[in-house]
Design a protein around this ligand. Structure first.
Ligand code: GDP
Length: 357
């Protein structure tokens, strides 16, 4: 709940996120939480309902599309006899897996610690209230929690120093690249829109494996050949999700750094997704928050054309034909990808005359 999106779509999104880290989704259970239970969030009947599903499917993991306190998480794990994570935990997993740069990895670790620190405070307050009120000093739990918090604080301070160092180095890399007259093209878009599929289609599997300059930059940057343009660099980015937990915003921005300095943005959209319009709005909003202005040339790649029925397909193809900011493609089958390359070349030529064409 709590989202402006309808909860089925939210559940779909969460299932999509789980898929993105290689989790096989065997069941989705919709539970309405009227009065959140401190011990388990959901009611005991609902816990039983979940436990039955877990047993039936022999599931190893239960993902809650909600925020769980550590106490709730532990109790649910005992009751369900499965590992339990919440939405922030799930997104942290994804970021951890996808963070390709040293900076991105440090930001994710920082977010993880911040998340843990917040949970320590919450669980401590919670315990205190159970014990019967405030002013309870020197309790058995307190010193341990203080020690844990100090450890986390120290680790976070060290990570911040490392981050500063890494950001400086990265700044130098970027300067060096800016001196080289190669345009940078960034793929942006919602998680599961098809960015990686398109990235691989455009670059080929092992195009750049041995190119040292790029190898020192970032594994998600690749050179691509464009009609009439010497070289261009294509950058894959982490996917966007709705309602990003606040601890993750910095980590998210670090992974999106390439976007801010890109010469051209390709906004990849899953045009077959029922929530496609809302996803587009989310992505646009994040771009605005990142400070990517109207000045950066961009166009939309309407992806997954192959999933549409004939009527909808014709409709969208006709619209894409009329507009100069849309290309319709299937990253999977390769349909429309040549047209996309032409569009890239056109947009780069129009926006950036400094590149030799
Ligand atoms: P990303 O999260 O934006 O990088 O998305 P991925 O490239 O990982 O794609 C997400 C899922 O959509 C994968 O299962 C892809 O195989 C699938 N996919 C991507 N492009 C297409 C497409 O054009 N058609 C179809 N049918 N599936 C696609």
């Amino acid at each position: 709940g709590g989202s402006n999106r309808d909860s089925d779509a939210r559940l779909d999104e969460t299932a999509g996120l789980a898929l993105a880290i290689g989790v096989e989704v065997v069941d989705r259970v919709h539970l309405r939480v009227r009065a959140p239970k401190p011990a388990t969030l959901i009611g005991s009947g609902q816990v039983e309902q979940l436990a039955t599903s877990v047993r039936q499917h022999e599931a190893q993991l239960a993902v809650f599309d909600a925020a769980l306190t550590p106490v709730q998480q532990r109790n649910l794990e005992t009751a369900l006899e499965a590992k339990v994570i919440d939405r922030t935990g799930l997104i942290l997993e994804i970021f951890g897996e996808r963070a390709a740069t040293a900076e991105g990895r440090l930001q994710v670790e920082l977010a993880h610690l911040d998340y843990q620190a917040g949970r320590l405070v919450r669980s401590w307050t919670h315990l205190e209230r159970q014990r019967g009120g405030f002013g309870f000093l020197g309790g058995p739990g307190e010193t341990q929690i203080e020690a844990d918090r100090r450890l986390i604080r120290d680790r976070m301070a060290r990570l911040r120093r490392e981050l500063e160092q890494v950001s400086r180095t990265r700044g130098l890399h970027r300067e060096r690249r800016q001196r080289a007259p190669w345009p940078v093209i960034a793929l942006v878009g919602y998680t599961n829109a098809g960015k990686s599929t398109l990235f691989n289609k455009l670059t080929g599997a092992d195009v750049m494996a041995e190119d040292l300059l790029f190898a020192t930059l970032d594994p998600t940057l690749r050179r691509i050949d464009l009609p009439g343009i010497d070289q261009a660099i294509l950058s894959d980015t982490v996917g966007f999700v709705s309602d990003l937990p606040t601890q993750l915003v910095a980590a998210f921005k670090a992974t999106l750094e390439e976007v801010v300095s890109a010469d051209l943005l390709i906004h990849v959209r899953d045009i077959a997704h029922p929530d496609s319009e809302a996803q587009r709005a989310d992505v646009e909003q994040v771009l605005e928050e990142l400070g990517v202005g109207e000045g950066t040339p961009r166009f939309e790649a309407w992806n997954k054309l192959d999933l549409l029925d004939a009527e909808r397909r014709d409709e969208l193809l006709a619209e894409a034909e009329r507009r100069d900011d849309v290309v319709a493609i299937s990253a999977l089958t390769g349909e429309g990808v040549d047209g996309l390359m032409e569009q890239v070349a056109t947009k780069l030529t129009a926006g950036h005359r400094r590149y030799r064409i």
